[in-house]
Ligand binder design. Structure first.
Ligand code: ZN
Length: 254
């Protein structure tokens, strides 16, 4: 019996981590919250815009054992107004800043663009308040890493990171990488997952995103499958990976 399996009734069966989920994006987050609190899964909930800030803070307040609250403006939702205008007064009460980043799929992400300004603005806030950040870097991995390198940030999570050609830079920068359900069908994600140092690995669902390749499943119910595949890819036991990810999450959120 592994160290984090306990007898029925004695506590959580397994302590798992969903380090990147969007609870305010669920029409009804209650079933997700109930399942997570029952099995001791920590949900690190991110926002994509200021309209979600209040709901995310409320979810944390009402579920203090289960929910950690990150606040941020996603590259899909940047506006003229700098995010720090709505975020500045709330960031001290949040666990971190996210989901923030760059993605040219949504709009111009080049130097001087609204996206870049919003990203730098929020990284500045995270630095000032010593908060961890969660970064969306799809297709803009190098630009994100360049921007990050000009700030003093102790805890950075590259969420759903697929930038295989930049993985050594992520590793040498000491950044965390969260692996999600894409590990179940993507060889690229499996290759990234194989080379991240154990002490920097996290697991995520990005719920409510659904995964067509695996029949449309979504949310933290997929985390055990992610841990299972991660264990396989790295040649270690399920229990060992689950325990390592939990320790990493505690460190990332401390
Ligand atoms: Zn996300």
């Amino acid at each position: 019996m592994g160290a984090n399996i306990t007898k029925a009734g004695a506590g959580p069966v397994l302590e798992l981590v969903d380090s990147h989920i969007h609870l305010p994006a669920y029409r009804d987050p209650d079933p997700v919250l109930r399942l997570a609190s029952m099995n001791g899964t920590v949900l690190v909930s991110c926002t994509v815009n200021a309209a979600e800030f209040g709901a995310n803070l409320t979810l944390k307040r009402e579920n203090p054992k289960t929910v950690r609250c990150f606040l941020g403006v996603h590259p899909s939702d940047v506006r003229e107004e700098p995010p720090s205008q709505s975020l500045g007064g709330l960031v001290a009460g949040a666990d971190g800043v996210g989901e923030i980043g760059l993605d040219a799929k949504y709009s111009d992400a080049s130097p001087g663009s609204l996206q870049m300004k919003a990203f730098l603005d929020q990284l500045g806030l995270a630095e000032r308040f010593s908060k961890p950040v969660q970064v969306h870097s799809r297709g803009s991995e190098k630009a994100c890493l360049d921007a990050l390198s000009s700030f003093r940030l102790a805890r950075v999570l590259m969420h759903w990171f697929e930038g295989e050609e930049h993985v050594q830079r992520v590793v040498s920068s000491g950044y965390y990488v969260s692996v999600g359900p894409a590990i179940l069908y993507s060889k690229r994600v499996r290759r990234v997952a194989a080379v991240i140092p154990a002490e920097r690995l996290l697991t995520e669902s990005d719920g409510p995103v659904g995964y067509k390749a695996i029949g449309g499943g979504s949310g933290p119910a997929l985390i055990p499958s992610v841990v299972f595949r991660l264990a396989e890819v790295r040649g270690v036991g399920f229990d060992e990976i689950a325990r390592t990810v939990k320790e990493n999450a505690d460190r990332f959120l401390s």
